[in-house]
Ligand binder design. Structure first.
Ligand code: ACO
Ligand code: PYR
Length: 455
């Protein structure tokens, strides 16, 4: 924000905090709609302009590159175009680097953006930017319209996350600019990382990926209709607007009651379905169940994890939580929540849980606190708890299955002494079982890493 009314930029704590952050580039939100200056800030129109200019002058004087986010610019322009232009010029006088026009309420349509950006372009001689919200479903289109009208800077958010209905999905904007407009936005072919990055960020934020997300969604290049498949067999470009490989995605053929012969032929050509001898076929009989939750796939990739629990012994001769213990846990769980709670107490809670958010703490079960010990062994001590739980995420894999939905739990633990981080995943029909599996894997993985003998 700009400095507050009645202060100087240099003495405003919030402006000083921006400076203290040592960020080389600072973006300042400024009021550019006269109604917001008068009604929200309750300052005179001129005082608002002074707040803008002085804050820019102070920060640029300290050697920072400063971008203006002109809040409510488009709505303000419609109400009082002269004042919005004066707000931009105040920032320009203060040394602004770029003037980003915000559709803060997200209600603009592309033709409004084209008209207003072109009009501003004719009056202001600094690079212009666009910051679009998606309330009218046009954030990406509005960003593209602004670029077509002369903007050279676009703000957005990965996967379209943001306030209310979200901001412009920066992945779609970049892909459109590169693939449809022939501009180079990312260096070194970075666009091919788009799908991986979109999914990695949805993991980190714990927001399920949106299958129909343009370019990077799992369904972005998926085909169901047999009619499509018959043409795709001849040339995939007949039914796709760009090649999925440009954004790191891939073509996917679905086989359903809408499939024809071509669909099945194409499906059969997918590498993972090519028959490779009887062993392969026999294993693939279990595949649908495994693929549903993903755990077995994960386990198989990690090699020994599935086999290990029942077979690892520690130096103290304690047995690690194994499959039988898991069965016991299921039994306890089936007996009701009271028994489960008692069991949780027995396992103790880790101090690491305090590093989690209150909501995570409220739902996370206790980390099985013993290093490797059976659930009915002695009460754990701090010494026997070498790791602390630092993150606990729950994801419902397919919400449409109601209480039958597969639950996935991702946990991160950190070894107290080495600081080594372990991230494991468990999948089950409910949160307790999924959490249990994740925790067992975490312990086993830790033991393997520490060189504990396997039998
Ligand atoms: C357009 C956007 O949405 S940009 C996103 C902005 N970021 C966020 O809102 C998320 C983080 N939020 C925060 O850190 C805090 O809410 C802050 C720092 C923004 C404000 O918190 P506080 O300092 O506690 O202020 P409070 O909520 O009481 O009120 C906001 C103050 O900022 C003032 N203000 C609002 N916009 C501006 C602006 N562009 N320039 C100067 N002052 C402004 C308001 O007049 C109000 O001042 P007052 O305290 O004198 O009445
Ligand atoms: C800056 C911002 O988020 C807005 O005005 O929309």
């Amino acid at each position: 924000m700009t400095r507050k009314a009645g202060t100087t930029a240099g003495s405003d704590p919030q402006v000083r905090a921006l400076l203290d952050s040592e960020a080389p580039i600072i973006t300042l939100v400024c009021k550019s709609d006269i109604r917001h200056a008068e009604r929200a800030l309750r300052v005179s129109p001129d005082e608002n302009l002074a707040m803008i200019e002085e804050t820019f002058a102070f920060l640029t004087g300290e050697g920072r590159r400063v971008i203006m986010d002109a809040e409510h610019f488009f709505d303000g322009y419609r109400f009082d175009p002269e004042y919005t232009i004066r707000a931009l010029l105040a920032a320009a006088n203060g040394g602004a680097d770029t003037l980003c026009l915000c559709d803060t309420n997200g209600g603009m349509l592309p033709e409004d953006v084209t008209e207003i950006v072109a009009a501003v372009r004719a009056r202001v001689d600094l690079p212009l930017g666009m910051h679009a919200h998606n309330d009218s479903g046009c954030a990406v289109a509005n960003s593209m319209a602004a670029v077509a009208a002369g903007a050279t800077h676009v703000q957005g958010c990965i996967n379209g996350y943001g306030e209310r209905t979200g901001n412009a999905d920066i992945i779609s904007v970049v892909a459109n600019l590169e693939l449809k407009k022939g501009l180079t936005v990312l260096k070194g072919g970075g666009l091919t990382e788009a799908t991986r990055i979109a999914h990695a960020i949805s993991e980190i934020t714990n927001i399920a990926p949106f299958a129909r997300q343009p370019y990077v969604g799992a369904s972005a290049f998926a085909h169901k209709a047999g009619l499509h498949a018959s043409a795709i067999r001849v040339d995939p470009d007949l039914y796709q607007h760009t090649e999925p490989e440009h954004v790191g995605n891939g073509l996917r053929m679905l086989v359903s009651d809408m499939a024809g012969r071509a669909s099945i032929e194409l499906k059969g050509k997918e590498p993972r379905l090519r028959p490779r001898g009887p062993g392969r076929v026999a294993r693939s009989r279990h595949r649908p169940r495994q693929a549903r939750g993903g755990r077995r796939l994960h386990v198989r990739r990690r090699g020994c994890l599935l086999r290990t629990p029942a077979a690892v012994r520690t130096g103290r001769g304690q047995r690690l939580l194994g499959r039988r213990d898991l069965a016991r846990a299921r039994l306890l769980q089936a007996r009701g929540p009271h028994r489960c709670r008692r069991r949780g107490r027995h396992q103790g809670s880790t101090p690491g849980e305090s590093a989690m958010s209150p909501s995570a703490r409220a739902t996370a079960p206790s980390m099985p606190s013993t290093t490797p010990c059976a659930p009915h062994s002695r009460r754990p001590t701090r010494r026997s708890r070498p790791s602390r739980l630092t993150d606990f995420k729950v994801r419902i894999m397919d919400a449409s299955h109601g209480t039958d939905a597969i639950t996935r739990v991702l946990i991160t633990t950190v070894h107290r002494e080495t600081g080594r981080r372990r991230r494991t995943v468990g999948v089950g029909p409910n949160v307790i079982e999924a959490a249990w599996e994740a925790m067992v894997d975490s312990l086993v993985y830790g033991l393997i890493k520490e060189g504990v003998e396997r039998r």
